[in-house]
Write a protein that binds this ligand. Sequence first.
Ligand code: ADP
Ligand code: MG
Length: 731
Amino acid sequence: MAVNTLRHEAKLKVYSRKPHKCSIPVNEQGKFLKVSQYYGENVFNYHLSKSLLAEDKENLKLVIEGKKTITKEIASKFANAVLEWSISKGVTHFCHWFQPLTGSTAEKHDAFLNFDNDRPVEYLSATMLMQGEPDASSFPHGGSRATFEARGYTSWDLTSPIFIKESANGKTLVIPTAFVSYHGDALDTKTPLLRSDLKINEAVKKFCQLIGMKDIEKVYTTCGAEQEYFLIDKALYYGRQDLVMTGRTLFGSLTSRNQQLEDHYFGMIEDRVLAFMQEVEIELHKMGIPAKTRHNEVAPGQFELAPIFKDANVAADSNQMIMTVLRNVALKHDFVCLLHEKPFAGINGSGKHLNWSMSTDSGINLLEPGHNPHENFRFLAVVATVVEAVHRHADVIRMGIASHGNDHRLGANEAPPSIMSVFLGDTLTKIFDSMVDGGNYTPGKSTAMDLGTNQLANLFKDNTDRNRTSPFAFTGNKFEFRACGSSASIGFPLSIVNAAVADIFNETNKLLESEIQSGKSSDDALIAVVMKWYKNARNTVFNGDGYSAEWVKEAAKRGLGNLRTTPEAIAVLKDDSKTKFLITNGVFSVSEIQTRHNVMLERYIKCRDIEFKTLKQMVQKQIVPVAIEYKSFLAESVKMQKDAGSDATIELELLKHLADVTKDLFMQMTVFDSMLNKYHEQLDEEKLATKIAMELMPHSVQIANLCNIIEELIPEDSWPVPKYYDMLFIR
Ligand code: ADP
Ligand code: MG
């Protein structure tokens, strides 16, 4: 049997890798700088601009806070200041950076270079800063009117900072923008997110005012997105077509030791990986992205990065940049960063925990239990309103995290199931229960719960009440939406959660108003809110093991939705009764919802098609040939043993087993392929997607299993592609 030289050489390369050094920020004397000294050095801060007058800065502040509309004059001054700063930093180009419905980001670069008569100059006008015009028809538009009207516009988002991205041979100014069609339809994830935050502001500010928090000017959502990812060596990555084409391994035999010893999570970080993480952090910190936490994750080769939370819009932009930096820096370290939700079957996949809360401009976290009874009633009413939002809009929230990649995680025994439940923990659940059912809550054996001074806050302080299996968990002073996929743009799910919460706050406000009008105190009115929503949404609260089979049954009994696959989840977008709140709250228009449905459906089919075609190619060109080679080798060996009068039982057994499995694989692949072609010819997109999810996907898993059996039979050195062992354990 021939040794597979490509795989062999790739492994030799990996054995000789060393941690890659990067340049660490130093001062003129060559002394290391503190992070606080270079943090945000690549972010444009107009407060520090020398070319802007105090009056200009005040005007800009008002524009950014939405209290004044931007004029050409203000924009021109800003553009000049940005240009001056950029040039002083050695920047040559600028780009409008946006987030089309591909889920990733897009950017078109233009040089500052211009001509003043014949003299070359650097130039950035107000218009260039504020608006760009990419061809909308080249981005996913789901058949919206933009198809026929190819024009689309990017427009500067003043609420997200402009920053510089450094690369090997130059620097680019990145201007965060929204992307809309000629007719004003949002063709991106940012626009609806900004709208949803405005709705939160409207509804929750009113809530605050109704209960006597008069000095509040603004309420906004906060988000800290924990990003999980895998690192594998670059040489091995390019050895697998499936990783390159689809981001995941389409087959692969699991190693004997994988994650069962629970020794990787929070384990010591290897030097080569740590060097990578350090460079990622330096880059992010310079761009003003507050990377805070780094650690090994559960699966071998899996890691996490978490930033300090920010307002949701900036957090969404930052998360996109985090993914970009992870990918780019990985390559410098001869790694490839895999952001797919399930790169390897049989071990944990990757997600993104969206830590979510609401904050007032005065700095009050509305999900923080307070220090007096009034604050605590407010806290309980806010929690109850969020629980009702998840309860009522569960299916749409589930849709917001749907993707072909995430289908491998949700409900796959290592990630929250596709049932949207809320974890409140025992303490909070008991408080709600006792309020609704009557009776006092007794923390431990001590006195009855009176929501008095500091009692609630103290209760949560030492609260070890944690649950890792819930998709939407209360974690002390925020909710953690854990079901989001690792590769997804967080803007979309955030806009949906915000819209759902704002929607219920509108009703909360009505109830508060009528209770207060009828003469109740605001505390009593808040209690009425808790009673109403908790009674209604109680079924959605689940504190047990979300990974268990019992929960799936129990949830069905409770009447909770369980949309297992992407086609089922996105069908929700065609149900007007479910999506109505998105429209009435102005977060999405009818046509934008249609667009998203079409784009998600199309992407699902395209991504699965690419997987199926890649699987077929690998089976035909790599697996079947190596199986045939080994079969011939065994057949010859049988003959030789017999000629020599020796026993050939083992060869015969192996040969028979291999022949059977290979034949099975070949036949199944043929059947699979003809089914796929037939469905493509005969079915419309929705039916096709359903067939893919319900029939072809399970079938492709069977094919993968046959590949895995063959992998286990073929001699180690002859296997044509990097194995799980190579990718997950060699550094
Ligand atoms: P965990 O136990 O889940 O690791 P951490 O305390 O490390 O919890 O927080 C995880 C993430 O939650 C971080 O990104 C953090 O910034 C974020 N976070 C903390 N408070 C809030 C908040 N009020 N709103 C949004 N995100 C928050
Ligand atoms: Mg977490």
